[in-house]
Design a protein around this ligand. Structure first.
Ligand code: NAP
Length: 254
């Protein structure tokens, strides 16, 4: 199936590792032009190198907790590729922890990346998309929203807020020709997931138990879903939050 993404211009935040990197590769494979951004230059360089020789992928080092950095990333994309058609909000690293030990600073830091980073990016690109006749915003969120848990309160609360934001932004986006979709991954085998797991055989057991399919997901499986929902083939998917979790969170609405 040709997704019709050839020539489209995409920004993928957190595109140097894990899910974001896989999203960038899926979009690139489908013919899109892609700007990836993250803080660490080395991982950005490695991702660009892994993409092989291509003038369709560039990197911008940026800390997306900073409003100025968000403006600079969008401007880089506009000046280099000529606009923005697709935004994939993905950079996030909300921490687990015991409620009584999590400080205000921890809450604010994690919200400033995963909530305000997504909000600010969306606000920055919508006028550009509107000028170009429309666009798509995909928010990579997480199933933490569906399962409130004492040990993952910051992430769960941010994800719940982003599920709401996705639907409200879809209502707003429709006025500007911008389609908005949320993707809620369950356990996906990335550096981030590995940080939360015990080593060795215990890790394998935890992974087998994490979903009814007996395994965690692969980043590329999320990358391919994001490429599809960002494509014209998904033109009628708007304001939906789509779960990709190997059946770990059964529910009638996800
Ligand atoms: N993996 C899972 O099981 C899972 C499940 C549910 C939801 N999610 C969500 O999916 C998204 C991607 O997760 P992942 O597992 O792929 O994470 P990951 O492997 O840790 O990659 C995170 C990416 O975000 C970048 N990043 C982190 N902090 C940043 C900042 N302040 N400014 C700019 N970029 C920043 C990282 O690069 P630098 O560190 O160099 O900046 C990296 O490129 C996150 O929003 C996460 O919450 C993941």
């Amino acid at each position: 199936m040709d997704l019709g993404l050839g020539g489209k211009i995409a920004i993928v935040t957190g595109g140097s590792k894990g899910i974001g990197r896989a999203v960038a590769f899926s979009l690139l494979t489908e013919g899109a032009r892609v700007l990836i951004c993250a803080r660490g230059q080395q991982a950005l360089d490695e991702t660009i190198k892994s993409a092989g020789p291509s003038d369709r992928i560039i990197a911008a080092a940026a800390d997306l907790t900073q409003p100025d950095a968000i403006e600079a990333v969008v401007e880089r994309c506009r000046s280099h590729f000529g606009g923005v058609d697709i935004l994939v909000n993905n950079a996030g690293s909300t921490r687990p922890g015991e409620f009584l030990k999590l400080t205000d600073e921890a809450w604010m830091e994690d919200w400033s990346l995963k909530f305000f980073g997504y909000v600010r990016m969306a606000r920055e690109v919508i006028p550009i998309m509107q000028q170009r006749g429309g666009g798509v915003i995909v928010n990579v969120i997480g199933t933490g929203a569906l399962r409130p848990a004492a040990g993952f309160m910051i992430g769960g609360a941010v994800n719940a807020a982003l599920n709401h934001f996705t639907k409200a932004l879809a209502d707003e986006g429709a006025k500007h020709g911008v389609r908005v979709v949320g993707v809620n991954p369950g356990p996906i085998m990335t550096e981030r997931l590995l940080r939360f797991l015990p080593p060795g055989e215990k890790r394998d057991q935890a992974m087998r138990r994490s979903t009814p399919l007996g395994r965690a997901g692969q980043p590329q499986e999320v990358g391919d879903l994001v490429a599809f929902v960002a494509s014209p083939r998904a033109a009628f998917i708007h304001g939906a939050n789509i779960t990709i979790d190997g059946g770990a969170n059964p529910g009638l609405m996800g």
